[in-house]
Write a protein that binds this ligand. Structure first.
Ligand SMILES: NC(=O)C1=CN([C@@H]2O[C@H](COP(=O)(O)OP(=O)(O)OC[C@H]3O[C@@H](n4cnc5c(N)ncnc54)[C@H](OP(=O)(O)O)[C@@H]3O)[C@@H](O)[C@H]2O)C=CC1
Ligand SMILES: CC(=O)N[C@@H](CCC(=O)OP(=O)(O)O)C(=O)O
Length: 313
């Protein structure tokens, strides 16, 4: 019998992309609410009662409300919002992050989908902290660029209407909402310095972690640690720096659920840059949610998902 899945926030940027990935699947039946009642607690409760799993693609407050509405029904939840990423009782939905994470997701009632920036940052930082190559108290510097779809319907409307046309830095005040999950799941004790940016294009993300004094031995060790951490993974791969030089193209993995990691640097100065590239709407949001759903339902983890480009394979 098909698994019943309710996407709360189905008309939003993340929700639509999840629906596209699920609607062709014979093993899944989508539970839907009348669009006119999509914000109505009663209509959402009925859908939650019918569904085996609900995927929340909502602002944080609405996601918290849905979790409360779902409680009496025992519906499993995958929350794409920021609301539960460091919350007790929630499993962080990044299967490749650590040994046993996939099994924890499979057994979970509540799974929190990681943020797009934090997926890259954690993927790069955590194995290097584990290998003793990043001091957890050092607060590494993180920067990056995202397409404007990362800002949801509001930011898409700004760009499509012409109200905003250029690129910009933001969160320079060091209060970005992904910092708590980067600290917790990156195994850091100090908060990193993080300055993200939005580029004047729709989709795709590149993130850089900067380590000023790692040296060439450190570079080789960093690459080895990343390769060991993601050995055998289909969606998270370590690629040669030459793949991303001289230009790191944030749109390279659009339409896929892939995350590519690479280690760049200058042996003469010892300065190293770790790079992560993904589709902010793929492994950064909707692709990751579908991967988590597959794990929770015991399906093929890659069902409905594209891996990386030929170069990434
Ligand atoms: N875009 C991205 O790259 C990523 C987004 N996320 C997270 O996913 C979540 C959704 O983001 P995104 O898809 O970008 O946002 P959007 O703004 O594109 O979509 C949000 C959707 O939620 C609906 N909604 C708002 N309030 C309610 C409510 N009370 N009840 C039911 N539906 C409601 C909105 O409806 P309406 O349009 O009618 O207002 C809209 O369709 C957010 O928490 C975001 O932080 C996570 C990773 C990446
Ligand atoms: C470009 C842009 O604005 N991006 C969003 C993050 C998108 C994302 O990862 O989503 P969550 O909101 O669920 O964490 C931001 O930086 O706030």
């Amino acid at each position: 019998m098909a698994h019943k899945v309710f996407i709360d926030g189905e008309a939003g940027t993340t929700g639509l992309q999840i629906r596209e990935r699920l609607e062709q699947r014979a093993d899944i039946t989508l539970v839907q609410v009348d669009p006119a009642r999509r914000k109505d607690a009663g209509a959402r409760s009925e859908a939650l009662a019918e569904a085996d799993v609900a995927i929340l693609c909502l602002p944080d407050d609405a996601a918290r409300e849905t979790v409360t509405l779902a409680e009496p029904h025992g519906t499993k939840i995958i929350d794409a919002s920021t609301a539960h990423r460091v919350a007790e009782g929630w499993v962080f939905g990044f299967a490749e992050m650590a040994e046993g994470q996939r099994e924890a997701i499979a057994a979970a009632q509540y799974v929190s989908n990681p943020g797009c920036w934090s997926t890259c940052a954690i993927a790069l930082i955590r194995p290097l902290v584990g290998a003793g190559l990043i001091d957890p108290a050092s607060g590494p510097a993180i920067s990056g660029v995202s397409g404007y779809t990362g800002g949801g319907k509001g930011m898409i409307a700004e760009y499509e209407s012409g109200e905003t046309s250029g690129s910009f830095l933001y969160a320079a005040g060091q209060g970005h909402k992904h910092l708590p999950e980067i600290v917790k799941h990156g195994l850091l004790s100090a908060v990193p310095v993080f300055v993200p940016s939005v580029g004047a294009y729709a989709q795709g993300m590149a993130v850089a972690v900067q380590l000023p004094a790692m040296g060439s031995e450190g570079m080789a060790a960093a690459e080895a640690a990343l390769k060991a951490a993601y050995a055998g993974e289909r969606f998270v791969t370590v690629v040669d720096a030459s793949v991303h030089e001289p230009r790191v193209m944030p749109q390279r993995l659009n339409g896929t659920n892939a995350l590519e990691l690479s280690v760049h640097g200058n042996p003469a100065t010892g300065a190293v840059t770790l790079i992560g590239v993904l589709d902010n709407l793929g492994k950064g949001a909707s692709g990751a949610a579908v991967q988590n759903l597959n794990i929770m339902l015991g399906c093929d983890e890659a069902a409905g998902l594209e891996a990386g480009t030929a170069a990434a394979a």
